[in-house]
Write a protein that binds this ligand. Structure first.
Ligand SMILES: [Zn+2]
Length: 77
């Protein structure tokens, strides 16, 4: 897992008190990543998950049915 730092404003989170990790809809490449990790018995930070501070968490949560690319495009706007 990546350290808990908001991917929008780079604020360091006091997890679990503020913000959290959002898992977005998996892209084809994310499904392949997961399959590879499972096959190798490895764990890592999923490429479709990101940390959000308390300011950005609610908005990000509304977009979790999108892929991370789509959601980040909206969030960083
Ligand atoms: Zn933030």
């Amino acid at each position: 897992m990546k350290p808990p730092i908001c991917c929008i404003c780079h604020k360091r989170l006091d997890y679990p008190d503020d913000g959290g990790l959002i898992y977005f809809k998996k892209r084809q490449s994310d499904k392949e990543w997961q399959k590879t990790m499972e096959k190798k018995g490895m764990v890592g930070h999923p490429p479709y998950a990101e940390w959000f501070c308390e300011i950005h968490y609610e908005k990000a949560k509304e977009l979790k049915n999108l892929t991370i690319d789509e959601a980040m495009g909206i969030l960083k706007d």
